[in-house]
Design a protein around this ligand. Structure first.
Ligand code: FRU
Length: 485
């Protein structure tokens, strides 16, 4: 593919062709960031799942690799993770060639069709050539199923305190943690979540990892749980819990449900294993099961979010998980337009860019009431509103471009309750890539990711002052972004 088709993202990862969903097996090894993904190479709708594969040295530019894992007699290859088995605990490698081990869910379609409820099991595969070729373990599945209809998406890490591999696995309405010394033999350690967090849908794609709390020596454990449906703005979304893990159990005294991203289009995201970066790096699937199969692209379907750095801050006595684009993405900026915007009560101003649909917009402000409209010459617009009266940030894509492919795509005004902005100035940063908008408020405290399908590139940001005093946007930067393909 030339990556020139209508709606094709220019600086986000998307497959060359056909259907993609969740990111899988995100692992760093010997200078390479691997990205595997749920892939159906025959069609642009979901089907028998494979693991597609791409690699990167900077998490910005990607090279496509051949399909890594194909369905076999145990079933389709559903979501999962990969680790570097540094000490060769599995015995798949040697002392000086550590194997990569992929841990995934087998989905046995025959079992599902026959009406059984034990058709999801867990399997493993290994690679001795840094991900180029994979061998499935002959003892698969390594975890069978005793009658749980939803039992999937293993995410594995090595735990120093208990000196074993820990697997997070979801079982419909709760998390299970399993332990192993060799990635082949697993035993169940604990359960979490039947009575915690949001339960409007099935729990999917868990991820448990340690994060340092900013400006302190404290470390906490974060658990990501994707859930479909039941997200705050409809369909699929990702909640998180901040708590502790003692080598066996995850516990939290968090009050209420917390969301990683309030937009409709960030799902099934997890973090890199073994990465050299000092903070976890997250990638999500930029779509929503409510309409993922119908979005108006033809060659391929869907893209990943930009990679994001995760970090914790303590705000109003609660641990808050921030997510913000990785630093390396700044290398895509070219000839940024820089200016200050000052608008009297009721005034507005247009900022023009030849192709705002491949660009970044960033500013700081202490303003609490303004509207930003991303517009094209076809009269299409995506409207972003900060509203202090309602204490909301809103994203409206009703007139953003093509919306009629599914009635659930644009039937709601997407909202973020804005409760804890810092007292004075804060940053607003927006990444626009033809078919997506990612909004980061206060360096990722509040995030909204949404797909859009404008029929022509946006060219204008219209800024409106809706407050009762002068609106100042400082250090405004509007930059075209280089494409990565
Ligand atoms: C999440 C998910 C996973 C599953 C995969 C199947 O989007 O439903 O739970 O493993 O997709 O493709």
């Amino acid at each position: 593919s030339s990556y020139k088709e209508a709606f094709r993202p220019q600086f986000h990862f998307s497959p060359q062709e056909k259907w993609m969903n969740d990111p899988n097996g995100m692992v760093y090894h010997e200078g390479i960031y691997h990205l595997f993904y749920q892939y159906y190479p025959e069609d642009i709708v979901w089907g028998p799942m494979h693991w597609g594969h791409a690699i990167s040295t900077d998490l910005v530019h990607w090279n496509h690799k051949p399909i890594a894992l194909f369905p076999d007699e145990h079933g389709y290859i559903f979501s999962g993770s990969a680790v570097v088995d540094t000490n060769n605990t599995s015995g798949f490698g040697t002392a000086d060639n550590a194997p990569l081990v992929a841990v995934f869910t087998y989905h046995d379609m025959e079992g599902e069709k026959a009406g059984r409820n034990n058709y999801q099991t867990q399997g493993i595969a290994y690679s001795l050539d840094n991900g180029d070729t994979w061998t499935k373990y002959e003892g698969n599945p390594v975890i069978g199923n005793e009658g749980l209809k939803d039992f999937r998406d293993p995410k594995v890490f090595w735990d120093d305190q208990s000196n074993q591999w820990i697997m997070s696995l979801v079982a419909g309405d709760h998390l299970q943690l399993w332990g192993s010394s060799n990635l082949k033999v697993w035993s169940k350690l604990s359960e979490f979540g039947r009575n915690q967090g949001a339960h409007g849908g099935v729990w999917e794609c868990p991820d448990l990892f340690k994060v340092k709390v900013e400006d302190s020596d404290e470390e906490k454990w974060v658990l990501l749980i994707s859930m479909n449906p039941g997200a705050p703005n409809g369909g699929s979304g990702t909640q998180y819990f901040v708590g502790d893990f003692d080598g066996k159990r995850f516990t939290t005294d968090q009050k209420g449900t917390r969301w990683l991203d309030w937009g409709t289009d960030n799902y099934a995201g997890v973090t890199y294993s073994n990465a050299p970066d000092d903070k976890p790096i997250f990638i999500g699937w930029m779509s929503n099961w409510a309409y993922a199969r119908e979005t108006p692209t033809e060659m391929w379907r869907s893209a990943m979010t930009v990679p994001r750095t995760l970090y914790l801050e303590k705000i109003a006595d609660e641990y808050t998980l921030f997510n913000y684009p990785i630093k390396a993405l700044e290398t895509l900026r070219t000839e940024p337009l820089k200016k200050e915007v000052e608008l009297e009560v009721g005034a507005n101003e247009n900022i023009e860019l030849t192709n705002l649909s491949q660009a970044e917009v960033k500013f700081t402000t202490s303003g609490r009431d303004f509207i930003l409209k991303l517009k094209n010459s076809n009269g299409e617009e995506t409207v972003l509103t900060m509203d202090s009266g309602q204490q909301l940030f809103l994203l409206d894509r009703i007139a953003s471009g093509k919306t009629d492919f599914n009635e659930r795509f644009a039937n709601t005004m997407q909202q973020i309750p804005i409760e804890n902005l810092p007292g004075g100035e804060y940053e607003v940063r927006i990444l626009i890539d033809w078919s997506s908008v990612e909004v980061f408020i206060d360096k990722g405290q509040y995030v909204m990711t949404a797909q859009i399908f404008p029929t022509e590139h946006y060219t204008t940001v219209e800024v409106q002052n809706t407050s009762k005093s002068t609106l100042r946007l400082k250090e405004v930067m509007v930059s075209p972004l280089k494409g990565i393909w």
